[in-house]
Design a protein around this ligand. Structure first.
Ligand SMILES: Cc1ncc(C[n+]2csc(CCOP(=O)(O)OP(=O)(O)O)c2C)c(N)n1
Length: 168
């Protein structure tokens, strides 16, 4: 779409089930080609829309509808940090991980989103913004508790901050 409509802004908004499982191949090759687009990756550690199944990003011991006793690393493998992998690819220009659980983090995340679109305007290549999120219905927690659980567990596995900054 970006190649046939190069004057338009293009972005994708994808969950972890979509981006880190169902569409991993497409994601990696799109990033590796350095398409001049922005990708926003909402990582809530679960397939939310389809009923809370385990995703590649589900944390060790974390319960989901398909890992009711918690994710077992021996049988279910390790969580996938796709964003760090993406940063290794030559085609990516800007890679960052953000969150929106406090007003300060919302402001930082807003800046990252703005930067991703500015990069596209300047034809710099691919910007990738992960936003670590919660899924209170899938995690079966009230929203405030889900935010706290995210801070205590998700950020240890998915640390916030810039991973690849543009070369000046
Ligand atoms: C190729 C393909 N396979 C399966 C589905 C069915 N499907 C729709 S949403 C979804 C789960 C999405 O989970 P995630 O990407 O983590 O997003 P969330 O709902 O958590 O925001 C699935 C499996 C689909 N849309 N496309």
């Amino acid at each position: 779409m970006k190649r046939v409509l190069p004057e338009k802004y293009m972005f994708s908004y994808q969950g972890d089930g979509d981006l880190a499982a169902i569409g991993t191949g497409e994601t990696i090759h799109t990033c590796n080609r350095g398409e001049n687009i922005a990708i926003f990756f909402i990582n809530n550690g679960i397939y939310g829309m389809t009923g809370g199944q385990m995703a590649p990003t589900t944390l060790p011991g974390m319960k989901s509808s398909t890992s009711p006793y918690g994710r077992n690393l021996d049988t279910m493998g390790h969580p996938l940090s796709l964003t760090e992998m993406i940063a290794q690819l030559h085609g990516t220009y800007y890679v960052t991980r953000q969150s929106v659980h406090t007003p300060a983090n919302i402001r930082k995340c807003k800046q990252a989103i703005k930067k991703a679109f500015e990069n596209q305007k300047l034809q710099k290549g691919l910007s990738f913004v992960e936003i670590v999120s919660n899924c209170n219905s899938g995690w079966k927690m009230p929203p405030v508790e889900a935010n706290k659980w995210m801070e205590e567990h998700m950020f240890a596995a998915y640390p916030l901050g810039d991973i690849k900054l543009p070369k000046e």
